[in-house]
Design a binder for this molecule. Structure first.
Ligand code: XMP
Length: 329
């Protein structure tokens, strides 16, 4: 049975056995709902859309069409992981669209944070809609809506990201399929694990929709974006090596749009700083700063300075939320 709301009596899914039972029930319900029709899914590689993809692959196999839009603002290795896990390992019907140039061209010279987010959101819908128009016989649109999305949209906190964003000619063609709609995030993760998704995907830290775009404050340039991506990859690698992955709630780097003087190999440099942010929270309303071991900070700083072109200074952000937000834009 597909529930529209989480039943009050529903037991919290806390064990693999309960997750398996939920999956079995949902697979049967999805097969009944979808029949022999096709279903379309925007697969970002985030926890929710990945779990929905894994569930639909089990339920209807090749009737699922996944579209992964690379907006050029993803973290290092992310598009490759989506292709590896879903196309190569799970044999999903996956359309990969590298729209990097399109997004970066539209964003060139745009420094206002709201305008940047708006462009990224609009462009994403345009690219996805273009792909959807190319497909015949798709009657369903799957989404990774989860229970807190519904509660937050009912409370007026968050606009529920439903088909409302799609142009009318596209949205009206589809019936929604939301198989994890009644689950809390921890339950979605457990279901994903039982469906065979890798831990790196199921337990990954939150990552904003506008991606690295909000960590490249001001107008995005390809070189500064590359510096954010490379420094983020180093930070993630070091956190994983030092047992901090899954323990620290969110960690990333930011490369602001100003330069300062430095010196390297006896020559003056004029390069960007790289800011490290590592935070812990339970509800994201209030956030505290993770205090790393000084030796680990030294090591990460050395690696970023040695390996990331364009960086000559590394800073650590000790600001809680409030007054600072987690992201810089
Ligand atoms: P802030 O910066 O508001 O971030 O303190 C709180 C949490 O939300 C994430 N975040 C976003 N997630 N789309 C998202 O899906 C967004 O536009 C967005 N902006 C911020 C942020 O990474 C943090 O976890």
């Amino acid at each position: 049975m597909i529930y529209d709301r989480r039943p009050d009596s529903m037991e919290r899914i806390t064990t693999p056995e309960l997750a398996d039972a939920f999956i079995e029930e949902q697979l049967a319900a999805l097969r009944e709902q979808i029949g022999d029709k096709k279903v379309l899914l925007a697969l970002s590689g985030g926890v929710d859309s990945s779990v929905v993809a894994a569930m639909l692959i089990k339920a209807v196999g090749q009737q699922l069409v996944c579209v992964h839009v690379n907006h050029g603002l993803l973290r290092k290795g992310e598009p490759e992981q989506v292709i590896e896990v879903f196309r190569n390992q799970m044999n999903a019907n996956l359309i990969y669209v590298d729209a990097t140039d399109r997004f970066l061209d539209k964003l060139a010279g745009v420094s206002d944070p709201e305008q940047k987010r708006h462009i990224i959101g609009e462009e994403f819908i345009d690219v996805f809609a273009e792909e959807a128009r190319k497909l015949d016989g798709v009657e369903f649109l799957a989404q990774g809506t989860i229970w807190p999305d519904i509660l937050e949209s009912e409370a007026g906190i968050k606009a529920h990201h439903n088909a409302g964003g799609l142009p009318e000619d596209i949205a009206s063609r589809f019936e929604l399929v939301e198989p994890v709609k009644i689950l809390f995030k921890d339950e979605v993760r457990l279901v994903g694990k039982q469906l065979g998704l890798p831990d790196g995907m199921v337990y990954r830290q939150p990552f904003p929709g506008p991606g690295l775009g909000v960590r490249c404050p001001g107008a995005i340039t390809r070189d500064r974006l590359a510096a954010v991506r490379e420094s983020d990859a180093i930070l993630r690698e070091e956190f994983a090596k030092n047992g901090l992955e899954g323990k620290v709630w969110q960690y990333f780097t930011v490369v602001p749009d100003f330069k300062s003087t430095g010196v390297k190999n006896g020559k003056r440099t004029f390069d960007w700083p790289c800011i490290i942010r590592a935070i812990n929270t339970t509800d994201v309303m209030e956030v505290s700063v993770e205090h790393l071991q000084p030796e680990l900070i030294d090591h990460i700083v050395s690696r970023i300075l040695a390996e990331v072109p364009g960086i000559n200074r590394v800073l650590y952000d000790f600001t809680p939320k409030p007054p600072a937000t987690v992201e810089y834009e």
